[in-house]
Design a protein around this ligand. Structure first.
Ligand SMILES: Nc1nc2c(ncn2[C@@H]2O[C@H](COP(=O)(O)OP(=O)(O)OP(=O)(O)O)[C@@H](O)[C@H]2O)c(=O)[nH]1
Length: 228
């Protein structure tokens, strides 16, 4: 692995840019981001909103437990056989970027169990701003941060913030409580993301994650057009 300061230039050994987007099977969407930013809450919201219209499944990643999969099962956002847990036993980014075998196995198991699968959400364990998914594992990636850590987070960069296909700034309902300026976060994100989209949301106020679900539908349409 390269040192952290070179991670913006990190070359993904599994990625073939020419093949990206041409993979068949379900669209695989990675959900990454720091601990507690709302990845599981977003996965649950997308399952509730898209579950009725799409054939979908979820892979969760935890270091030592199956806590996130248990949460999704407890809240019955999908039938149990559509939720697979990966226990990484190591830094979460290792299992989504460096050695993606366990996650690929989980995706393939879900694909075999549900041959009509259209969408698989792969939720990473909570990590830091350097975490990103290999495009050998996912087709598009969403990076979730929240406002509770202050409005400086987008300015700090890192591949999740700068290179993800969608940046989600969650928990906007907490902004007044922590003195976070949402305009600053919006502006700083735009400055480092080269035109890629950023959504500021509150899953507390919009438990359907309406805008993120719309973005996922758009990704599905784009891929269908590519394959047509
Ligand atoms: N106020 C507020 N709380 C939220 C929001 N979204 C999620 N939370 C809460 O934030 C906490 C962490 O949410 P999770 O979805 O578990 O976060 P996570 O990123 O999956 O956490 P890890 O899997 O531990 O990395 C939970 O208590 C959620 O209820 C939001 O929009 N506003």
């Amino acid at each position: 692995m390269p040192p952290d300061h070179l991670l913006d230039d990190y070359v993904d050994p599994y990625d073939d840019p020419a093949a990206r987007g041409r993979r068949h099977g379900p669209l695989r969407v990675g959900l990454g981001g720091p601990v507690g930013s709302g990845k599981t809450a977003l996965a649950a919201a997308l399952c509730r909103t898209l579950g009725a219209e799409l054939d979908l499944a979820v892979v969760t990643n935890d270091i030592y437990t199956t806590e996130d999969a248990d949460f999704l099962r407890r809240h019955a956002v999908l039938p149990d056989d559509r939720i697979e847990a990966v226990q990484t036993g190591c830094c979460p980014h290792t299992a989504i970027r460096d050695d993606i075998t366990a996650n690929l196995d989980a995706v393939e198991l879900l694909e075999a169990r549900h041959p009509g699968l259209e969408l698989v959400l792969v939720e990473s364990g909570g990590d830091n701003l350097t975490a990103s998914f290999s495009y050998g594992l996912v087709d598009v990636q969403v990076f979730v941060v929240d406002v509770a850590g202050g409005d400086k987070v987008p300015r700090k960069g890192g591949p999740g913030v700068t290179a993800s296909d969608l940046l989600v700034v969650n928990k906007t309902d907490l902004a007044p409580l922590v003195g976070a300026d949402l305009d600053v976060m919006r502006r700083d994100a735009a400055a480092v993301r080269g035109g890629k989209p950023t959504l500021l949301i509150s899953l507390r106020e919009d438990p359907a994650a309406t805008e993120v679900a719309a973005w996922v539908r758009q990704q599905l349409r784009s891929r269908a057009a590519q394959h047509a």
